[in-house]
Design a protein around this ligand. Structure first.
Ligand code: PHE
Length: 456
């Protein structure tokens, strides 16, 4: 019956698709990661490079992925295979789709852990655990959570279970319904928080930090992080946009919808920055605090500000909504694959995929709670399993996956077929040289520079 990705599963309409894809894109990447990597990489110049990556690489790669899915109408590996077959090319190209699914699965294994932190923080904020914002107390709170393997396991398991319960219901009754409710709420919360931050925080310090570029603060590693993040934040090279493209109703423009999705995603990241930084600067806190920024730094401010308790609760609710719609996206391809290829029922597939994620998440849990099995001693010092997983997926696997997608759709796939998918001819004429030359070249240059092969 479910061989049937082809006939049965479609988003209800254009809006439902845009909401779902925006839900996949907007997540921890926008609210947790973007602000802290901006802080670590010196602000404005990093933001500028990131915006350039979104515009010239992210959007074209997103269009390529959605087109692959729409032509293939199957899970990512199979969709790429269909396009390769229609183009008379080797079936090995299906690995491009597969690589995405594997990267997405690995990302989800740590994503559910961080989403668990956010869930725990709704509770902590509401219980008044940030106190009066004493930095020591707030830091101890974070350390207590991350050192407590059992607590992490509990929060993570809750997130995995919730994901399974929604995704098991199916694409329309589960996924589409959940995002249609959560995304508008998310936007409202974000706007409310931005108004609060602008009135209570130091708006101009934040604005200057985020939008006045100082290139002396940007390293080549910063450029790699910006490129990797542009893939991460748009959910590219992780199978998702191919999968969501497979559910695309006829008549929806791939180009226009991709621009909208990227626009909303970028807007949320920039607004999230303008929620977090005014508060950080007004309270003389450190912008480069790293992954703990919103868990260790922001709560200090919430503890000290008027209405901070309620605002803290709302902030972490918003974060959970954002993360949850991405978690749903991240598990969808594996579930759809189990149904399509392994003949599982939808519920069975959801539980099986969820169980696998839960097992893998134990690695990240062990890592953040400093268990010795997750810490490796290397010539470069101690490295944690979570840090390796994060770096390998976001900064290596996603850009390389994106490179392969660009090469496949720009050089390998039949040009007429791609032109047929990327609807308007003038859009295709713009898109094609970008995906054929500009995107692969830019990704390659950044990598060669990183590995020290070249020095620009
Ligand atoms: N885009 C999501 C975020 O920014 C993360 C994600 C990456 C989701 C890859 C799906 C696939 O949080």
């Amino acid at each position: 019956m479910q061989k049937a990705t082809r006939q049965t599963n479609r988003w209800s309409n254009r809006l439902a698709y845009i909401l779902a894809a925006t839900g996949a894109a907007v997540g921890l990447g926008n609210i947790w990661k973007f602000p802290y990597i901006t802080g670590q990489n010196g602000g404005g110049a990093f933001v500028l490079v990131y915006l350039v990556c979104i515009l010239f690489i992210g959007i074209p790669v997103m269009m390529a992925e959605v087109a692959l899915g729409k032509h293939g109408r199957h899970t990512p590996g199979r969709s790429v295979l269909e396009v390769a077959k229609s183009s008379g090319k080797s079936h090995w190209w299906s690995l491009v789709g597969w690589m995405g699914v594997v990267s997405g699965y690995l990302i989800l294994s740590f994503y559910v852990v961080i989403t668990g932190w956010a869930l725990a923080y709704i509770y902590k904020a509401g219980a008044g655990d940030f106190g009066t914002g004493d930095p020591k107390q707030v830091q101890a709170l974070f350390a207590d959570l991350t050192n407590d393997g059992w607590a992490l396991l509990g929060w993570t398991s809750t997130v995995v279970l919730a994901t399974v319960l929604v995704i098991g219901k199916g694409v329309k009754a589960g996924l589409e319904r959940a995002v249609s409710a959560l995304m508008p709420l998310l936007f409202l919360l974000l706007l409310g928080l931005a108004i609060y931050a602008a009135s209570e925080g130091d708006f101009w310090a934040a604005f200057h930090f985020m939008f006045a570029p100082d290139f002396s603060k940007l390293s080549i590693n910063g450029v790699v992080v910006a490129l990797g993040h542009s893939f991460f934040t748009l959910s590219l090279a992780s199978g998702i946009m191919i999968m969501y493209g497979a559910y695309l109703p006829e008549g929806v423009s791939i180009a226009k919808s991709s621009v909208w999705i990227a626009f909303f995603d970028t807007l949320v990241a920039l607004i999230a920055g303008m929620v977090i930084y005014p508060v950080v600067f007004a309270n003389h806190l450190e912008p480069g605090a790293g992954p703990g920024l919103i868990f260790q730094t922001l709560p200090i401010a919430f503890g000290q500000m008027p209405g901070g308790r309620l605002v803290g609760v709302l902030f972490f609710i918003m974060l959970v909504f954002a993360a949850f719609t991405s978690a749903l996206a991240l598990i969808e391809s594996s579930v759809a694959w189990l149904v399509e290829k392994r003949g599982f029922g939808r519920w069975q597939a959801a539980f099986a995929a969820g169980f696998g994620i839960w097992l893998l998440s134990l690695g990240t849990i062990a890592s953040v709670s400093n268990m010795p099995i997750a810490i490796f001693h290397t010539p470069w010092g101690e490295v944690h399993f979570f840090a390796i997983l994060d770096y390998l997926t976001a900064n290596i696997a996603l850009p390389i996956g994106g490179l392969l997608i660009a090469i496949f759709t720009g050089w390998v796939a039949n040009k007429a077929l791609m032109a047929d998918m990327i609807d308007a001819p003038w859009v295709f004429r713009l898109w094609h040289p970008v995906i054929k030359y500009l995107a692969p070249l830019a990704i390659l240059l950044v990598f060669l520079q990183l590995t020290g092969v070249i020095h620009l």
